[in-house]
Design a protein around this ligand. Structure first.
Ligand code: MN
Length: 424
């Protein structure tokens, strides 16, 4: 963890300037009828989960260039996640990936308690073979033509639920690599029927207070077709399974021109938006840092989420899902968590009454400008003040660099291998 006194003295040096900027923004927002304190409170309460695998250096299909001091196992990963939350106060939960993070639940709970963290959705893995695994997923998992493979994949998911129950998780996220690379390779309908049968078997083993989140993806690792290719199929799955099944939207899992915020609105309308994986992309599932390419799109997604507001039972799971190839993963995850908070704060200050009036009056230009006015507002002082009041860092990245955390863990942790491609 980072030395508290160091965070404190850095904050002290920056506090007077921050207060001046916060007060000035407060006056600006007040003229627009917005209470800055209310926005700050909501931002302070907001949290986005960090994926355990995000703190390691990622890779592409071509190579992986290991970083310094990479976490060697789940307990190192939790340490890194603890630092991210300590400095940003924005990432209170970690999402585990099984079997990579499989460990004694008592040890996981003890470590999480020590770091002030909790556990988010469990992620199963049937897109690669594990050592000692009886049957291969080369030709699929939940939709495999061989019943024994499907049963093995179902069993694995149920194991994730069992472990999750012991560490306070209440959701299982299922993403499969199943699909086909050649036209004709798979019978679309029969393959989907097999998937649904397997998904129903997992659903049957889900505790009452759990949710099953299914994640669609248009391509990769299969390049001709994937079984859960888009939100339409995902919606059908959630509808077939029942109330505890909802759709998970990964921002990178769509064709480049798809209107994601509209998908979000549709899923909200029919009670099936279960959660997000935040990242950014220019081409496909690039897994770039959230808001690094298109911050306006992230804002538009949050505009829909804030618009849905207090809809009963509306509580989507928020998680970052990125691959860090050229940055320090801790810095990227801190920055991305703050970008998600920023989009949330901007969406909170949209003048919704004015927007609604422009929509009803068919004033396209002013409707668009109403959104832009919120997006153009620099809400940084709100985020910084929320952090200061929580005892986190006004500038988390500067504090992290000054603390020399990476060099410290690099001296303690074994060097990781370059390996082949990384997961995305
Ligand atoms: Mn994802």
């Amino acid at each position: 963890m980072i030395d508290k006194d160091m965070i404190g003295s850095a904050n002290q040096a920056a506090e007077a300037d921050l207060r001046a900027e916060y007060d000035a923004l407060g006056e600006t927002l007040s003229r627009r009828g917005v209470d800055i304190e209310a926005i700050k409170g909501k931002v302070a309460d907001y949290g986005v989960a960090v994926p355990s695998w995000g703190v390691g250096t990622g890779g592409t299909r071509f190579a992986r260039f290991p970083g310094q001091g990479e976490p060697a196992g789940i307990f190192d990963k939790l340490d890194d996640c603890g630092v991210i939350h300590q400095l940003t106060g924005a990432t209170p939960r970690v999402s585990l990936h099984i079997p990579w993070d499989d460990a004694d639940p008592a040890d996981l709970n003890a470590k999480a308690r020590e770091l002030g963290l909790g556990f988010d959705a469990m992620n199963s893995n049937t897109f690669q073979d594990q050592e000692g695994q009886a049957l291969s997923y080369k030709y699929g998992s939940l939709s495999h033509t061989d019943k024994a493979v499907r049963e093995q994949a179902v069993e694995h998911n149920l194991y994730c639920v069992e472990l999750g129950k012991k560490i306070g998780s209440t959701a299982l996220t299922v993403w499969i690599g199943d699909g086909s690379n050649f036209p004709g390779q798979s019978h679309f309908t029969r393959q989907f029927e097999r998937y649904l049968d397997s998904a129903k078997a997992i659903y049957a083993g889900l505790p009452d207070d759990w949710r099953l989140l299914t994640e669609h993806k248009i391509f990769e690792p299969a390049f001709y077709s994937t079984v859960v290719q888009d939100w339409g199929t995902n919606y059908m799955i959630a509808k077939e399974l029942g109330d505890k099944a909802q759709c998970l939207v990964d921002l990178g899992h769509h064709a480049p021109t798809v209107n994601i915020e509209m998908i979000v609105a549709r899923l909200i309308q029919f009670g099936k938006l279960g959660g997000f994986h935040f990242n950014d992309s220019k081409y496909g599932d690039d897994d770039l840092d959230t808001a690094s390419i298109d911050p306006y799109r992230l804002f538009l997604v949050f505009n829909e989420l804030v618009d849905a507001g207090d809809t009963p039972g509306f509580d989507p799971a928020h998680m970052l899902d990125q691959s860090h190839n050229v940055t320090d993963p801790i810095e990227s995850l801190m920055n991305s968590a703050m970008e998600v908070q920023r989009a949330y704060a901007q969406a909170l200050i949209v003048d919704r009454a004015a927007l609604s009036g422009y929509q009803d009056g068919n004033d396209a230009l002013m409707a668009s400008e109403t959104l832009k006015a919120a997006f153009r507002t620099d809400v940084t002082p709100i985020l910084q003040m929320a952090r200061l009041e929580k005892g986190c860092a006004i500038d988390p990245i500067a504090a992290y660099r000054k603390a020399g955390y990476r060099a410290k863990v690099a001296a303690e942790r074994p060097e990781s291998g370059a390996g082949g491609g990384g997961i995305v």
